[in-house]
Write a protein that binds this ligand. Structure first.
Ligand code: MN
Length: 134
């Protein structure tokens, strides 16, 4: 594998998609985008990522419901899911962790630290099957 890994970004907002992709690609990651739960499940089948960044608020099935499904499936349960949440409320963060997320990153993202935050979740994931180049 070349590069630092593949990240699936599940996010319906186009401006956020572009920003997150730009920052992650600058960090050396490959990025796949999905705008809905259905698109995300398709991507998961076609090219399993090393990490999933999950917008909580999606049209149709929301990000936490999708996370629970990913965590319930033996084929995808080892992939760390990090919630992207616009909510600063502690309760929402607990909901994300209860759904199976490894953690959360607040939106709007801080482009200076976002890459490092994402890398930390890859390094800290005890289930990761691949070596991550730092
Ligand atoms: Mn959204």
């Amino acid at each position: 594998m070349t590069g630092k890994g593949l990240i699936l970004v599940v996010e319906d907002n186009e401006a956020n998609q572009m920003l997150v992709r730009a920052v992650l690609e600058l960090e050396g990651y490959r990025v796949e985008l999905a705008g809905s739960a259905d698109e995300a499940l398709e991507q998961l089948r076609d090219s399993p990522p090393d990490l999933i960044l999950m917008d909580v608020q999606l049209p149709g099935e929301d990000g936490l419901s999708l996370t629970r499904r990913i965590k319930a499936d033996p084929a995808t349960c080892a992939i760390p899911v990090v919630a992207l949440t616009a909510h600063a409320m502690t309760g929402d963060r607990e909901l994300a962790l209860n759904a199976g997320c490894a953690g959360y990153i607040s939106k709007p993202i801080d482009t200076r630290t976002f890459g490092l935050q994402v890398t930390q979740y890859l390094v800290d994931n005890p289930n990761r099957g691949r070596v991550v180049a730092l």
